[in-house]
Write a protein that binds this ligand. Structure first.
Ligand SMILES: NC(=O)c1ccc[n+]([C@@H]2O[C@H](COP(=O)([O-])OP(=O)(O)OC[C@H]3O[C@@H](n4cnc5c(N)ncnc54)[C@H](OP(=O)(O)O)[C@@H]3O)[C@@H](O)[C@H]2O)c1
Length: 273
């Protein structure tokens, strides 16, 4: 039976993709912090007659140890993975550091996706053909602040998310180079504005703006429709998609040298923990 793993699969676009893959007959594991949301996902799956194929793992993916625990558990229990969706995110208007000492977007939006991509590469390699979906910036959200990766200067919540999405673009570039001999495709998707819960802690002005986005954003079903064809038939080993349209990966945002540099920087940061 094909297996799909989704971080942030308890809500928003991740949850809709979880429902889609359950309906296609996959075993689906969603990861999130909220047990209530996880239980609600399991109950809905049960109601749809897919209870035996739905799984929930509670983990705080802003922490390196939690990512390692989750990855180890998943690799043990799901040794072959066909689809990996990396969608967990949490907006913070105020700069926050995790107990590992990382800026919160860097930790959850980038580092967790780094640990999941590389930590599950072996399981992805066991599938006949695997695909990773990472909600990157599709080349739009850089440039990378090499001298301030932890965003100590001039922080904004939206800027923090965007910067991490730019790091995810580079993660995709280096991942596909490292695992070029495996049948693992990597899709970087920027969905545009989508009406979801927009999980986060917002200061009043941003909260009002986000309330507006919840109304004006496209429906989650449309975001899923725009990305599914690229997951079903990825056109190349690395594909970047902006609101359903493929965009070039030959721009500076996908520079292989920068991607290798970020990989080394990340390994050094992890080694220093
Ligand atoms: N919606 C948009 O307009 C938009 C625009 C551009 C890009 N995107 C990207 O698309 C992806 C999905 O976005 P969305 O709007 O669908 O998300 P969302 O509805 O805000 O849901 C966020 C998900 O992340 C999980 N999460 C939050 N903190 C977590 C943590 N510390 N550990 C583990 N899981 C955590 C949440 O689960 P719990 O509550 O259970 O923790 C939830 O399942 C994200 O990468 C987002 O940046 C979205």
């Amino acid at each position: 039976m094909p297996t799909t793993v989704i971080t942030g699969g308890t809500d928003g676009i991740g949850r809709a993709l979880a429902t889609t893959y359950l309906a296609r007959g996959h075993d689906v594991l969603v990861v999130g912090t909220s047990t209530a949301k996880g239980e609600e996902f399991l109950a809905a799956a049960e109601h749809a007659g897919a209870g035996g194929r739905a799984h929930f793992l509670q983990a705080d993916l802003s922490l390196v140890a939690e990512n390692r625990r989750a990855v180890e558990w998943i690799a043990c229990n799901h040794p072959s993975i066909d689809v990996l969706v990396l969608g967990a995110r949490f907006h913070r208007s105020t700069r926050t550091q995790t107990s590992d000492g990382f800026e919160s977007n860097f930790a959850l939006y980038y580092l967790s996706r780094y640990l999941f991509s590389h930590g599950l590469a072996e399981a992805l390699g066991h599938a006949e053909r695997a695909v990773v979906l990472n909600f990157g910036g599709a080349g739009l959200t850089g440039p990378v602040r090499w001298d301030d990766l932890q965003l100590r200067r001039g922080y904004s919540g939206t800027g923090g998310l965007g910067h991490s999405a730019a790091l995810c673009d580079l993660l995709g570039v280096h991942f596909t180079r490292l695992y070029q001999d495996s049948a693992i495709d990597y899709v970087l998707n920027h969905p545009g504005v989508v009406s979801t819960s927009f999980a986060g802690e917002y200061e009043p002005a941003t909260a009002a703006h986000v309330d507006g986005l919840r109304v004006s954003g496209k429906p989650v079903s449309q975001a899923v429709e725009q990305i599914l064809p690229f997951l079903d038939t990825p056109p190349t080993r690395l594909t970047a998609v902006l609101e359903g349209q493929r965009v070039s990966t030959s721009t500076a945002a996908f520079d292989p040298g920068d991607a290798a540099r970020l990989h080394d920087v990340t390994e050094n940061l992890l080694a220093g923990l």
